[in-house]
Design a protein around this ligand. Structure first.
Ligand code: NAP
Length: 339
C-alpha cells in the first residue's frame, strides 16, 4: 500500500480526495491535515456517509506532524500560496506532491505576481512540475515528483479544445464562456457567496481577468495577446462546470472528421466521453462522476462550431483527476479507486 497524506483534507476538494482514497485498494491514508489554526475533525465527522470505513483524524497542519505520517506522497488541496511554500519542503524530504492549487501550473514565474498576487517562492520547480491534464500527459506522470493538477475551468476547456488545435483559423478568436457551481470558490463565508445573493441569480465575473486564462493560453500554446476570451459565470448550483467554446476553422470541416479526431484523442481514455455530433453534454450527466463529457454543434458552412464540455469541478476538475495522476505517478492503473 502506498502511504498518502492529504493537506486541506476538510476543504471541498480535499474532502473529495479523502472520499476517493478511503476506498482506494492501493492507497493507505497516512495523515489528514487542516489549517494550522483549525479545530480538526474525526474521520467519521468529515465523511459521515463513509460509515464502516475508518481513517485518520483531520488534525491542524504542521510540517513535523506531516513528516511523522511518513507519506510517500502528499496531495495538497490548499490555497495557492500555501502550496507554493509547502511543496518544495516536502519534495526536499523525498515526498512526491500532487498539488491541486494553481501554485505550479504556470511555467513562467513572472506571471505569478499579476495573476496570483505573489512572487513565486520556488520558480525553479515550475519547469519540473508536470501539468497534470492526465489524458494529455503522455508518459510524463510516471515517477514524477511534482504534479500540478489543472484548474477546474481549464480542465473542461482544454479537453474540448486540445484536439482542435491543428484545425483552428489563425486569425479568428477563440471565445469561451464557462459556468461553475459555487463549490468552485471553496468554503467561504463572504456575503457574495451566501444563499440569498446566489439563489435565483446567474452572473458573469472576472471577464478577461480570471487566473485560469493564462493557464489555458499556456496549454493551448497561444502567445500573450492572442484573441482568446474567457468569461466565467457563477451558477447557483453546488457543483459542476459547463463550458461553451466558440471556434473557427481554417478550412471547412465535417462532423465525421471532428468525430475521428476526438476518437483518436480519447481512445482508451475512460474519463472522457465524446458525444455524437449535435448532442451537447449537460451538467447532470457528470456531477458526482470523475468523467468529462464533450460534444459539439457544427454551424452551417463547416467553418465554425460550438463545443460544450461538462465536468464535476470537485472531481475531474480537482480530486478525481488528482487520483488519476497519483495512480499514474506510482504506476497503478489510472482507473484504480475511481468509480
Ligand atoms: N473548489 C474547486 O472546485 C477547485 C477545483 C480545482 C482546484 N481547486 C483548488 O484547490 C485548492 C483548495 O480549494 P477548495 O475549493 O477545496 O478550498 P477550501 O474548501 O477553502 O479548502 C481549503 C483547505 O485548505 C486548508 N488550509 C488553509 N490554509 C492552510 C494552511 N496554511 N495549511 C494547511 N492547510 C490549510 C483549509 O483548512 P481548514 O479546513 O482548517 O480551513 C481547507 O481544508 C485551492 O487552491 C483551489 O484553487 C479548487
Amino acid at each position: 500500500m502506498i502511504r498518502v497524506s492529504v493537506v486541506g483534507a476538510a476543504g471541498y476538494s480535499g474532502a473529495e480526495v479523502v472520499r476517493l482514497l478511503a476506498r482506494h485498494p492501493g492507497i493507505a491514508l497516512s495523515g489528514l491535515f487542516g489549517s494550522p489554526g483549525g479545530k480538526g475533525a474525526a474521520f467519521a465527522d468529515l465523511h459521515p456517509d463513509l460509515a464502516g470505513l475508518s481513517g485518520p483524524e483531520v488534525v491542524p497542519f504542521s510540517e513535523e506532524s506531516l513528516l511523522e505520517t511518513q507519506p510517500e506522497a502528499a496531495i495538497l488541496a490548499t490555497p495557492n500560496e500555501v502550496s507554493a511554500e509547502l511543496a518544495p519542503r516536502l519534495l526536499a524530504a523525498g515526498i512526491r506532491v500532487i498539488d491541486v492549487s494553481g501554485a505550479f501550473r504556470l511555467k513562467d514565474a513572472a506571471l505569478y505576481p499579476s495573476w496570483y498576487g505573489f512572487e513565486h517562492p520556488a520558480p525553479g520547480l515550475l519547469a519540473e512540475a508536470v501539468y497534470g491534464l492526465t489524458e494529455w500527459c503522455g508518459d510524463r506522470l510516471e515517477g514524477a515528483r511534482l504534479v500540478a493538477n489543472p484548474g477546474c475551468y481549464p480542465t473542461s476547456v482544454l479537453l474540448a479544445a486540445r484536439p482542435l488545435l491543428p484545425l483552428l483559423a489563425a486569425d479568428q478568436p477563440v471565445l469561451v464562456t464557462s459556468a461553475s457551481g459555487v463549490s468552485g470558490a471553496g468554503k467561504r463565508s463572504e456575503l457574495a457567496f451566501s444563499f440569498c445573493e446566489l439563489a435565483g441569480n446567474f452572473k458573469a465575473y472576472s471577464a478577461g481577468t480570471h487566473r485560469h486564462e493564462p493557464e489555458m493560453m499556456q496549454e493551448l500554446g497561444l502567445p500573450a495577446g492572442s484573441a482568446f476570451t474567457f468569461v466565467p459565470h457563477l451558477l447557483p448550483v453546488v457543483r459542476g462546470i459547463l463550458s461553451t467554446i466558440h471556434v473557427s476553422f481554417e478550412e471547412p470541416v465535417t462532423d465525421v472528421a471532428l468525430a475521428e479526431r476526438f476518437v483518436v484523442a480519447y481512445a482508451g481514455r475512460p474519463f472522457v466521453r465524446v458525444h455524437p455530433a449535435g448532442r451537447l453534454p449537460e451538467l447532470k450527466e457528470v456531477v458526482g462522476t470523475p468523467r468529462a463529457h464533450v460534444g459539439w454543434q457544427l454551424l452551417p458552412g463547416g467553418r465554425r462550431a460550438v463545443f460544450v464540455s461538462a465536468i464535476d469541478n470537485l472531481l475531474k476538475g480537482a480530486a478525481s483527476q488528482a487520483v488519476q495522476n497519483l495512480n499514474r505517478v506510482f504506476g497503478l492503473p489510472e482507473t484504480e479507486g475511481l468509480p
